[in-house]
Design a binder for this molecule. Structure first.
Ligand code: ZN
Length: 681
């Protein structure tokens, strides 16, 4: 499962923090914008501190992560590789005139196609409408005398050049409209353009085919259909497996080649076994071998470097069985892990000193260490659009028997946050320069710590009174629980203990988090709510009730104000110490509600402060946000890794650079990792 960015926004709301620019320490987090996309960069912090062996392991796993790139392109649509080749030929030709509206439209189109690994929107799944004329493209192809490199026995369906076949695929809006069609009532297989089912295979046929395989009595079922295309051969359905000797063989052989190169540098003996099992599975295509690999992988937790590489997520198949190819190389974020370990080691102190009634406190309290990783390379279906958290494997019985690895990708989250700093959000919504400076100085450190306190201690703190069941708060349960974890974090962010533990620099820092939290809860999180709607999602309700309760109950002391400047509303916090007292009081009350299972009080609190939206403020926030023109989708340019060798060719180091441009990177990948022919049947 993937944790995506919109989920992140719901968990932390942290992307809505605000400062001045997307540039820090000369590293540029933001790159070009086109269509509805903004490209970002991520920093591989800590790479230099890895051992040479670990660096080499990362390097070779990175190569394996790119070697399968073409697979995803072909999975996303059977013409994608041909179209990519054609577009790139035009794009890189000196003979093509690079001005005029057609060129501009063409350039945007190829950038979108690269981003989506095909001709359909990566998220919305609809086919792109080219903003340039078909005739213009034909003229360029004629000028270049473009010929496709297709197999000698290829039988074209058109007269003239074979690329004529691609014109309707790109330009006719009625052909291959959706990559994944989920519309109830349609034949989802026939109407989806993704390439998981062969010509003429219907949804009913595919479902019947897999229904026969299902063995309900097997406690350890494999994930049927995961690694193949289902096609009709002589009227009979057969699976064409994706293996080193089968479909996508040339690409998978390259993947295996790089995995073999990586193996000697594996971090642990267990990891060597993991790599061996993955190679075996790529060779056999046997899904039992895949389960075997997953079990080894999920248990290999000791090393620093980790990776996934394979047919993993099934979002691209309208029937949700067949997996797209993806890869990521990563290593443990030691700094973040040290931070969460420090909190966990002091879990009992936090519990003992919390402001809740002693009857609701745990006598023995154990924190958990959140696992934060640093991404080193994104590939396949994780590139350029990516996840910020991953929870694998997907097999239910393996998760039950062996557990799963659940991680958040710290440097990607960080890059999103940094990028958000340059988008004008802070200038628009934060009340004054002094507050923006405060957020700029402390925002990131506090946001991370807020998340750590929430996850590692907040959720784990407190206890239920005897006889009170976990679900007694019913529909309000998760909102109250999230509120409890947030309040725990907010209360302790203002505690000198964190400065003493070296987790915050001084007693000013927490104010930055208090400001952004209240601003988000009272105003800015409303950008995600459509006009006229209430707040439904639990994390958003929690932030709303915490903020509004503090606003209302702090009124007599004028703790929080909503002030108007030039017709715009701003949050003004007059007394941070008193605000902390309010959080303290509410934390004690929310813990009481939880421990006693007080349903009526939970409903009262959430319904009064958490659900309803003030339409005037809502309208104003939406209008101000709209003007900022923030790209709804983001993706990443990968760093470039270069092997440094001595005069005998022996590797001595791996260097990372961050200067490659978006188009440059895409063209290099198409050149260096062109592992498949243009047609794969
Ligand atoms: Zn939570």
């Amino acid at each position: 499962m993937k944790l995506n960015v919109s989920k992140l926004m719901m968990i932390g709301g942290l992307m809505l923090t605000a400062c001045q620019s997307g540039v820090t320490d000369d590293f540029k987090y933001t790159d070009e914008k086109f269509a509805d996309i903004q490209m970002l960069r991520y920093k591989v912090e800590g790479f230099e501190q890895l051992t040479l062996n670990q660096k080499l392991l990362v390097y070779y796993l990175n190569e394996a992560a790119q070697a399968g790139r073409d697979i995803l392109w072909d999975q996303n649509g059977k013409y994608n590789l041909r179209i990519r080749k054609m577009l790139e030929t035009v794009y890189t030709s000196d003979q093509v005139s690079k001005d005029g509206d057609d060129w501009k439209g063409f350039e945007e189109y190829i950038k979108r196609v690269w981003f989506s690994n095909g001709i359909h929107h990566h998220y919305g799944c609809t086919k792109f409408k080219p903003e340039f004329s078909e005739q213009w493209l034909r003229d360029q192809l004629a000028l270049l005398n473009y010929k496709e490199e297709l197999p000698a026995d290829y039988v074209s369906t058109v007269e003239g050049e074979t690329w004529e076949e691609l014109m309707p695929v790109m330009f006719d809006p009625n052909i291959m409209q959706m990559r994944v069609n989920q519309k109830d009532g349609d034949d989802l297989v026939l109407t989806s353009a993704s390439n998981y089912y062969g010509e003429g295979v219907t949804q009913a046929e595919a479902e019947a085919f897999y229904e026969k395989m299902r063995d309900v009595n097997n406690p350890e079922p494999v994930m049927y259909g995961l690694n193949s295309r289902l096609v009709k051969e002589n009227g009979k359905l057969v699976e064409k497996k994706w293996t080193t000797e089968g479909l996508y063989g040339p690409a998978l052989q390259k993947v295996v080649y790089w995995l073999e190169k990586a193996k000697p540098y594996a971090d642990t003996e267990e990891q060597k076994t993991v790599i061996d099992k993955l190679i075996k599975y790529y060779q056999t295509g046997d899904l039992k071998d895949f389960d075997d690999y997953c079990i080894a992988w999920v248990q290999d937790t000791k090393g620093t470097v980790d990776f996934t590489n394979g047919f993993t997520e099934v979002y691209g198949d309208p029937l949700g069985m067949k997996a797209s190819w993806e890869a990521i190389t990563n290593f443990k974020d030691l700094e973040a892990t040290a931070r969460t370990e420090k909190l966990s080691a002091n879990a009992q102190w936090f519990e003992d000193n919390s402001p809740v009634d002693p009857r609701f406190k745990k006598e023995k309290c154990k924190g958990i260490s959140a696992k934060v990783i640093t991404a080193a390379m994104l590939g396949g279906d994780l590139y350029p659009s990516t996840a910020i958290g991953i929870n694998l494997p997907n097999s239910n019985w393996i998760r039950k028997e062996y557990g799963s690895k659940s991680v958040t990708i710290g440097n990607l989250t960080d890059a999103y946050n940094k990028a958000a700093q340059g988008n004008g959000f802070g200038e628009e919504f934060v009340i004054d320069q002094a507050t923006r400076d405060l957020i700029k100085k402390y925002g990131d450190a506090c946001d991370d710590l807020h998340t750590d306190l929430h996850e590692c201690l907040g959720h784990g703190s407190g206890k239920m009174l005897p006889g009170i069941s976990d679900d007694s708060l019913r529909a309000y349960g998760s909102t109250i629980e999230e509120g409890r974890a947030d309040l725990f974090a907010l209360y302790y962010l203002g505690d000198p203990k964190l400065v003493e533990l070296g987790l915050l620099p001084d007693m000013e820092a927490y104010k930055s988090n208090y400001y952004t939290y209240i601003m988000n809860g009272l105003m800015t999180q409303l950008v995600r709510i459509k006009p006229g709607n209430n707040i439904e999602e639990a994390h958003m309700r929690n932030r709303s009730f915490v903020s509004h309760w503090a606003y209302v109950n702090g009124k007599k002391d004028n703790v929080i104000e909503l002030v108007k400047k030039d017709g715009k509303t701003y949050v003004k916090i007059n007394d941070y110490a008193k605000l902390r007292d309010l959080f303290k009081t509410l934390l004690a009350e929310v813990q009481r509600i939880k421990s006693e299972g007080d349903f009526l009080a939970a409903r009262q609190l959430v319904e009064t402060y958490g659900v309803k939206v003030d339409p005037t403020i809502h309208k104003e926030v939406l209008e101000r946000y709209e003007k900022l023109n923030i790209s709804p989708y983001k993706g990443f340019i990968n760093p470039v890794y270069e092997l440094v060798t001595d005069k005998d060719g022996k590797p001595t180091d791996v260097k990372v650079t961050y200067t490659e441009g978006y188009a440059e990177q895409m063209l290099r990948y198409s050149r260096d990792y062109a592992t498949l022919p243009l047609i794969n049947n």
